[in-house]
Structures are given as structure tokens and as C-alpha cells.
Design a binder for this molecule. Structure first.
Ligand code: PLP
Length: 400
């Protein structure tokens, strides 16, 4: 009898682990590596959030918490949705999980079964297709290439919908491209969805506050109120408040879906840590100007990296509209030969070449479902971004 369940064969360990393992190997051997792979902001958690966590600990208020989140956090989420998104959710329309990842997972596990389809625009966050597969469903990947600014177009959405489509899984600003949909673009996609009442929308808004160049953020339920009763709006404190390790995410949506997401959570992790929830509530309730300052800082770092990458022979990239990454095309280096004789056949080869030849770590586009690209994070000190950029230019110039 096989020890492992068939579900474990439905997904593979993340492809980005390959490069990560090589980084560890090289570092263990004493190599100095410029890591441009960070998936989390490098700012500290706001002081008032940490203070709220300490207060809860001092008062010893750290027992089990309600499955769907403490009242204080759900109230803070309710105010956040009104303030930032113009969405009016009742407290029974809000649930809390261990990160945006867990609320997305709960939504899929609670609703997707064998044969159900979930539309996933590519490039996508690596976890989406595997989460869908784990739930028993089939990810329907729609390639959105650079000529479309990596965005899903209404006609592509319409073509991907079948009678088995359960969700459109939608991420803006997007990881890995930073593509950020305008209100008008969402309205155009919503017009397609209005004609297909069986399709629901699961949004991942975790990069909501990381939008650049004066852009504003929009989310589906706000852009098209007619979709509210079939949209689940997911978000979290990880990226906006630099609170990745606190593990707090939340969702707003129709009462029945939210109740089923909480039910899923009740037999997995149960309620999120009381300490983390207190910190998250303080972050949501507290002053928001810090978020804007930090976004401005990230925008400057984006520009440093963007200029450096575009100056490298064979690379070209679009300036990302949001998030923390540049999704850089490496079409121009494919087929070229490195000084050690190896040929760069694809973006995984290029990623390995950058690591071995000049000690720069990036993530290959294959991990995100659209090649040949590399994802380069601009969450690094400015000096490291300049150093990494110069090394990438040097590596590209050495290709023949
Ligand atoms: C698109 C996207 N969604 C969700 C997450 C995870 O967010 P959280 O820390 O809130 O679980 C990430 C993390 O990298 C992400 O890139």
C-alpha cells in the first residue's frame, strides 16, 4: 500500500527551490551572492503593531481565538475595506486566516471539486495552479504576454470560460510582473463575467498598497458592484505593513462562502494566533502614511534596478506598475554560449548561469508559467541593486 495519498502527486515542490538550493550551496562554499529574489519587504513591522502584540502578551490574552478571527480584527478589516476599497462587508462576511495564502486556500478547498476549472492568468504566483490541483480542480492557464502588459483581456477571459469554470483567480498588482489593472480594465473584464453567472471571482489583493507612479488600486467587487455576490476579496498585512512572518490574511465576501472558508479553517489550523491578530488590527487601524512612504522608497529602488537591467545586452523589461519585482525578458540571451561553453537554452539555464558566473540570484520565469523571463526583486539595499545590476550586465556581455 502506498503511504502517500494521490493528492501529493498532483503538485511538485516549487520550481524556484532549484535556484534557492544552488544559492545555499554556493553560500556554504563561501561565495558572495547578490540575492535579488526577496518576496517580502525589508522594512520593520510598524512599532504600533509590535506594541499591540506586546500588550496582548502582557495581559495574557493569548488563548484560542475565534475560527473566523477576533472581533477586533474583523472590525479593523471591515473599516479597512470601507476606507480603502469602498466595500461594505458585514462582520459575518469577513474571515481571517494565516496569511492571504491560507484564505485563498480555504476558498478553493471549500468550493473546488474534481473537474472544476479555475482560470489563472499567466504569469501567475507559483502557488495558484498547485492550490487548484490540490483542491482537485484543473487550472486553466491563460497566457498574458508582455505585448498585453501581462494583463488578461476580456476576449481571452471569455474564451477561457467553460460550463465547468468555478473561479477566475485574479491578482493585481501581480506577482511576478507588477501588472496593475485600472478600474476601467476591471469593468471590461467584469462585463464578460456578468454574462456568465456561474463564474466567481477570487481576488488576491495582497500588493494593494504597492502601486507606483501615482496609480490607484482597484478591486473587482468595487469596480463592478453587480459581482459582489460572487466575489471573494482576499488581502493581508504581509506586504503592506511588512508583516510576512505574523501570518495574517483576511477575506470579505458572500456570507455562505465566507462561512465555508471558516469551516475549512476550523479543521486545519483553527484561529490565527491572538498575538498576530492584535498586531494586524493595530496595523490596519493605525496611521497609513508609513505605507505611502515605504511605497515611494520601493519605487526609487524599482527605477535603479529597471535602468540597470535594461542596459544589459539581451534583456528588456517593462517598468512594473506595482508589487516588488521586475519580470525581465531574456529572449535576447537564449541560444547564446557562455564562456564555459554551455548554451543558454531557456530561462532556467540563464538563472543558473547568472548564479554560477557572477553570483546573482534571480528566479526563472518557468516558475511563473511564462518564459523566457527572469523575476528580479527590487527589495534589496540600493547598493546591492546597483552591484547586482552591474554583474548582470557583465554576465550578459560575456555571452556569445
Ligand atoms: C501574489 C501573492 N499572494 C499571496 C502571497 C502570500 O501572502 P501572505 O503572506 O499574506 O500569505 C504572496 C507572497 O509572496 C504573493 O506573492
Amino acid at each position: 500500500m502506498d503511504l502517500f495519498a494521490p493528492r501529493m502527486r498532483r503538485f511538485k515542490p516549487s520550481p524556484s527551490q532549484l535556484a534557492a538550493a544552488r544559492v545555499r550551496e554556493l553560500q556554504a562554499a563561501g561565495r558572495d551572492i547578490v540575492k535579488l529574489t526577496a518576496g517580502e519587504p525589508d522594512f520593520p513591522t510598524p512599532a504600533h503593531a509590535k506594541q499591540a502584540a506586546l500588550d496582548v502578551m502582557r495581559k495574557d490574552q493569548i488563548g484560542y481565538t475565534p475560527i473566523n478571527g477576533t472581533l477586533a480584527l474583523r472590525q479593523a478589516v471591515q473599516v479597512k475595506f470601507r476606507r480603502d476599497n469602498g466595500l461594505d462587508y458585514g462582520l459575518d462576511q469577513i474571515t481571517v486566516g494565516a496569511g492571504t495564502k491560507q484564505v485563498l486556500f480555504n476558498a478553493l478547498m471549500a468550493t473546488v471539486s474534481t473537474g472544476d476549472e479555475v482560470i489563472v492568468p499567466a504569469p501567475y504566483w507559483t502557488s495558484y495552479p498547485d492550490m487548484v490541483r490540490l483542491a482537485g480542480g484543473t487550472p486553466v492557464i491563460v497566457a498574458c504576454d508582455a505585448s498585453h502588459s501581462f494583463k488578461l483581456h476580456p476576449e481571452e477571459l471569455a474564451a477561457a470560460i467553460s460550463p465547468r469554470t468555478k473561479w477566475l483567480l485574479f491578482n493585481s498588482p501581480g506577482n511576478p510582473t507588477g501588472a496593475t489593472y485600472t478600474q476601467e480594465e476591471l469593468t471590461a473584464l467584469a462585463a464578460v463575467l456578468l454574462a456568465h453567472p456561474h463564474v466567481h471571482v477570487l481576488t488576491d489583493d495582497v500588493y494593494e498598497h504597492l502601486v507606483f507612479d501615482g496609480r490607484s488600486f482597484a478591486t473587482f467587487a468595487q469596480a463592478e458592484p453587480g459581482l459582489c455576490d460572487r466575489t471573494v476579496t482576499c488581502n493581508g498585512v504581509s506586504k503592506a505593513y511588512s508583516m510576512t512572518g505574523w501570518r495574517v490574511g483576511f477575506a470579505g465576501g458572500p456570507v455562505e462562502i465566507i462561512a465555508n472558508m471558516s469551516k475549512m479553517q476550523s479543521q486545519s489550523t483553527a484561529g490565527v494566533s491572538a498575538v498576530s491578530q492584535a498586531a494586524a488590527a493595530a496595523a490596519l487601524d493605525g496611521p497609513q502614511d508609513l505605507v505611502r512612504q515605504r511605497t515611494a522608497d520601493l519605487q526609487e529602488r524599482r527605477d535603479i534596478l529597471f535602468d540597470a537591467l535594461n542596459a544589459a545586452a539581451g534583456l528588456s523589461c517593462k517598468r512594473p506598475e506595482g508589487a516588488m519585482y521586475i519580470y525581465c525578458s531574456c529572449t535576447g540571451v537564449i541560444g547564446k554560449r557562455a564562456p564555459d561553453g554551455r548554451v543558454i537554452e531557456n530561462d532556467t539555464d540563464f538563472t543558473m548561469y547568472l548564479l554560477d558566473a557572477v553570483g546573482v540570484a534571480v528566479v526563472q520565469g518557468a516558475a511563473y508559467g511564462l518564459s523566457p523571463y527572469v523575476r528580479v526583486s527590487f527589495v534589496a539595499p540600493r547598493d546591492e541593486l546597483r552591484r547586482g545590476g552591474a554583474l548582470i550586465q557583465q554576465a550578459c556581455a560575456a555571452l556569445r
